[in-house]
Design a protein around this ligand. Sequence first.
Ligand code: NAD
Length: 296
Amino acid sequence: MSRIAFIGLGNMGAPMAANLLQHGHTLQVFDLSTDAIATAVAAGATATGSAAAAVVGAEIVISMLPASRHVEQLYLGEEGLLPRIADGALVIDCSTIAPDSARRVAAAADARGLAMIDAPVSGGTAGAAAGTLTFIVGGADDALERARPVLAAMGRNIFHMGQAGAGQVAKLCNNMALGVIMAATAEAIALGVAQGLDAGALSRMMAVSTGRSWATEVCNPWPGVLENAPAARGYQGGFGNDLMLKDLGLAAEAAVAAGTPVPLGELARNLYAMNSQLGNGGLDFSSVVKLVSKHA
Ligand code: NAD
């Protein structure tokens, strides 16, 4: 069992930390929100007053923060954690951030003599709570081997995509495809309904035909087609429109950096930005269907 510092106890971090505690690890936690810390303490963690205090004596440091700037601020700079983390400790950043940002922090960790992996996740808050997340990893083989028992306490699948930043690249590629497919599926079902079809019948046909996808079968954007999908509960819960917007922005930045075209990814990014402007940023991203139908 490891002594772990866990920083960032939000929608994802809190249940991930709870699963580590259930597997017998010792957790020293920090979040800017005192409520978030209190929840983790109730689950068995030890509260600390700062990120710097959380990493004292920790063998493993895990961060789960919103975006690149939070991660860079946490580890780099004058007040950054890297000089404070114990020699020989392993750093695991599970946040979804820009690949270049992940590479910058990993290079600084390496210069300090610390092993670090980027391990963004797929599976959402339900996967975090159930301990069934998929970890998409970038970093050295030996660092991943050290991380494996800890990741296994929070997830079911681990994919090693390459060196530092590769986990972030792979995560962005997956989410760019998802964002495009969801928008396309929403448009197709809205067309069918406008032509008089039943959305459920159309979706059931598509689910066994060439238009099938996670968007038709699991997170169908049309209300009432799937009773467990966010669309059935006013698009509450699920994966937020603005988180998809963030990931598509990161994909666009990565595409610019690589000089590669992502025309559909860019179009999808604009669709989710428009949905956000309509006030739907906090709804599940399948609410993008509202752009193409007033009946959704
Ligand atoms: P969240 O906003 O719920 O949680 C982030 C937490 O970080 C908050 O509690 C906040 O107070 C804390 N925080 C911010 N800056 C901090 C700092 N400097 N020190 C300590 N704590 C700090 O976000 P989330 O939904 O838990 O997502 C976290 C990451 O996981 C994001 O990068 C997101 O893109 C990714 N992700 C989210 C989902 C999802 O479904 N929510 C799914 C996959 C990946």
